[in-house]
Design a protein around this ligand. Structure first.
Ligand code: 13P
Length: 249
């Protein structure tokens, strides 16, 4: 069976001191995890995390990556730069970037491509807003978002990680029910199957108020292959509970 992946998305949180405490506690409690585990941290902390994680099973992720290789793109961080810090994953197309930074489906697809070119696994986020769900557009929205990435990445599609993150569930305490999430994951799986014979190895994560209490039930769904965890990834005990649940699922 495919291993699950639990990835923390710290968002714009942390400090050198807080990171140290959090990562040491996670490493101390993690042992040999039964799933893949990663933390996606703000770029300035990559060097600190590279040292803290040392040779452990805790993988390192970035929260964004430039679509460009190098040059006059002030403020951007390239995939090659991330690679130098041992980064294994890069979140692309998080709804907060789509919403606050105007990222389009095409830009997100280009970012995924730039990451793959450096051997970094993009965690491609898709998800509908509350208004879109209420208008019955969920399927159409997530398929459109994923289609752009599939289109730009051709035979590399099986190298992606996909994260379904309903925007209305992010940071709100409102989780999609396991059945609701599974229904969307099944749609995404079918779309991946149409694109690659290796679709079943693609990990499709759920994200949106996943926590220590609801993780096991979500992770028991057939097409939920892990979680992208915001708030709960900032608390070692909660994050470890989710990691344990994923190891058992
Ligand atoms: P929360 O777990 O805080 O709802 O955030 C989810 C998320 O956006 C992860 O990328």
């Amino acid at each position: 069976m495919k291993k699950k992946l639990i990835a923390g998305n710290w968002k714009m949180n942390g400090s050198i001191e807080a990171n140290d405490g959090l990562v040491r506690a996670v490493l101390a409690g993690m042992g040999t995890p039964g799933c893949a585990v990663a933390v996606c941290v703000p770029a300035p902390y990559l060097a600190q995390l590279q040292m803290l994680r040392a040779a452990s099973a805790l993988e390192l992720g970035a929260q964004d990556v430039s679509a460009h290789d190098k040059g006059a793109y002030t403020g951007e961080v390239s995939a090659a730069m991330l690679r130098e810090f041992g980064v294994r994953y890069a979140i692309v197309g998080h709804s907060e970037r789509r919403q606050y930074h105007g990222e389009t489906d095409v830009l997100v697809a280009d970012k995924a491509k730039a990451a793959l070119a450096q051997g970094i696994t993009p965690i491609v986020c898709v998800g509908e807003t509350l208004a879109q769900r209420e208008a019955g557009q969920t399927e159409e929205v997530v398929k459109r978002q994923l289609a752009a990435v599939i289109h730009a990445n051709g035979h590399c599609v099986s190298e992606l990680v996909v994260a379904y993150e309903p925007v209305w569930a992010i940071g709100t305490g409102k989780t999609a029910s396991p059945q609701m999430a599974q229904a969307v994951h099944a749609v995404l799986r079918a779309q991946l199957r149409a694109a690659t014979p290796q679709a079943d190895r693609v990990q499709i994560l759920y994200g949106g108020s996943m926590n220590a209490a609801n993780a096991a039930e979500l992770l028991a769904q057939p097409d939920i292959d892990g979680g992208l965890i915001g708030g709960a990834s900032l608390k070692a005990a909660d994050f470890l509970t989710i990691v344990t649940a994923a190891g058992r699922a």
